[in-house]
Every structure is written in C-alpha cells, then in structure tokens.
Design a protein around this ligand. Sequence first.
Ligand code: NAD
Ligand code: LMR
Length: 340
Amino acid sequence: RHPSVSHPQMEDVPLLRGSNCRAKGAAPGFKVAILGAAGGIGQPLALLMKMNPLVSVLHLYDVVNAPGVTADISHMNTGAVVRGFLGQPQLENALAGMDLVIIPAGVPRKPGMTRDDLFNINAGIVRTLCEGIAKCCPNAIVNVISNPVNSTVPIAAEVFKKAGTYDPKRLLGVTTLDVVRANTFVGEVLGLDPREVNVPVIGGHAGITILPLLSQVNPSCSFTSEEVKYLTSRIQNGGTEVVEAKAGAGSATLSMAYAAAKFADACLRGLRGDAGIIECSYVASQVTELPFFASKVRLGRCGIEEILPLGPLNEFERSGLEKAKKELAESIQKGVSFIK
Ligand code: NAD
Ligand code: LMR
C-alpha cells in the first residue's frame, strides 16, 4: 500500500482506470512538496499550488491533519495529483523525487514577540526537515518560509553542508511578502494599481533588516521625506501589524500563502527555462560582506542563476543598510552556531 494518505480509492477500488492520472494532454509538470501543509499558511498555499498548471504532483506533509487537508484539496479538478503524508515516519516518502520543497512548518508569533523569539522551536523543525531533504531530494529547490528566516536559511545551509549536498543556488529564503506589502502600500500612496508597482526590498526578513529601496521603485517616482518614513516603517512592521490585528491567533497566513505561491511559481518558471525571472529573495550572497542577504536574484534551470547588484542607494537607504547588517550578522551567526 502506498504511504499516501489521500486517494485511498486509487489504490483500493478497481473501478478507477487510472492511478494518479493527469488530464489527457496535460503538459508534464513539476513535483512540489509543502512541509507544514496543514497550517495557517500551508492550507491556502496547498490550494494555490493545486491550481498551478506547472505542478503535476503535490505532496502535503504535516505532523497533524495532513489527511484531512489532502482529502479536501484532492477534490479540486485541477491537473496536479495530491498525496498526503502524516508524521515523521512518512517524511521520506513525502520528499522522494521532489523538484521544489516549500517549508512553512513552525510556530507563528503572538503579539509582543519578535521573530527571533520563535528560534528555539523553529530551528529544530527546520533542521529535521532539511535533513530529510538532504537524504531524499538533495537536488530540489528549497523555499524557506519558517521564521526567523534570517536564521533558518543559514540553518538549512549548514544542514546541507554537513550532509554534503549544499548548493547555494537551490536554497532561497522567502521574502516575497515584504515586496507584496511594499507594492501595495506604495500603490496606495501614489494612487497606482499595486500590480503595476515594483519595489525592491533587500536585507532580510525582520524589522529593520527589511529595507525597501524606495529610490528604485518602478515606475520611477519620488516621495517626500514624510512619505519615505511612513512607507519604510509600514513595510518593516507589516508582519507586526497583522500579528496585532489577529490578537493571539497567529501571523500573516493568507497574504503569505499568496506571496509563497507567487515565489514558488517564479521558481518553477525558472526551472522550466523561462527567461528574465527576477525576484527578491534571502540567499547566500556576496553583494555585501555578509554570507546571506536578500536582494534581486535571477531564477533559472538551476535555481539562482545570478544575484543582481543592489544598484545606487540614497543616503537614507545607506544608513538603513548599515543598521540592518549589524542585526543580520547576529541572526546569521545564531543559525550557523545552532548546527555547528
Ligand atoms: P501554523 O501554526 O498555523 O502552521 C504551522 C504548521 O507547521 C502546523 O500545521 C504544524 O503542525 C506544522 N508543523 C509543526 N512542526 C512540524 C514539523 N516538525 N514538520 C512538519 N510540520 C510541522 O503557523 P503559520 O501561520 O502557518 O506560520 C508558519 C511559519 O511561517 C511561522 O514560523 C511563521 O512565523 C512563518 N511566516 C513566515 C513568513 C515569511 O514572510 N517568510 C510570513 C508569515 C509567516
Ligand atoms: C510576516 O512578515 O508577516 C511574517 O514574518 C510573520 C510575522 O511574524 O510577522
């Protein structure tokens, strides 16, 4: 019996003519796993990935409730075949053969907490999941969502180094929500459709390490110093704004699932060989003296094909960068030390 907890009918009922069939004529797609798929982010992300035509197989793994989420999602008449996996004994089957693994597993913040307050629980979760990836799908692209991203990405890198499978081109911290928020808030201030706005956000994914480059907004525009202060603070504190509004019931899940699905789609289009796929992401980097940094990257068949230069920063952004680097260095070191 297949370890999958969904589609028992596929295995057990002779009435069905196909096992795990895709629609006739469907293009071959990619195999994607979501680890933490029953969570606040995991569920809507599973829904969005089931709707992505580039996905042929979707594995949903969690330590709780994976069968229910899988049964539910599997009834959507879209192309991807969905299989569920519950608990540590099924982790390896969840990961075998995957092209892309997305990790939203871990605890979220409550009001009054920083992302770094999640380190003690989430560091161990990310370590265990990355050990599984190193063993079962060492060539997969990995998208890390679990906080604190500034530390969990270095943790993942150290786990892969230990296992001898590390390829910095395939490990990406998801900072897309910062860009999504920046585009929305800038669109509001300028009276533009947020879909037409593109704000590069560099640095990391926590407080002052989130650095929107308002001098590089596309379409080109200018802001008053008051607008710059308002926008920078709103973008840096977007996560806290949601945590406080949810008042103890978690952090951003729906906007995050949207952002993660957007980023995963960009990774898959890159794998397919599409040209000119540029996204901001927190990755192993040499654009600053720090070993990890978020900036624009070009995605391709091997994952990260190129890390783009930061471009010209104004004085406000240069001073923000210096403050961000100090905090980032500590978060990176904390992650590295956790594994070493
Ligand atoms: P949640 O508690 O709703 O869901 C987390 C899920 O992870 C749960 O279903 C839980 O069972 C599962 N899980 C726990 N341990 C696991 C393990 N060892 N293996 C597999 N699954 C496991 O939390 P959420 O709101 O979905 O947030 C998840 C994480 O994403 C948090 O750390 C949060 O801070 C982070 N987050 C990151 C961003 C970002 O921009 N990168 C944005 C929002 C949230
Ligand atoms: C976010 O930016 O919404 C996430 O990192 C979750 C959080 O804790 O703020």
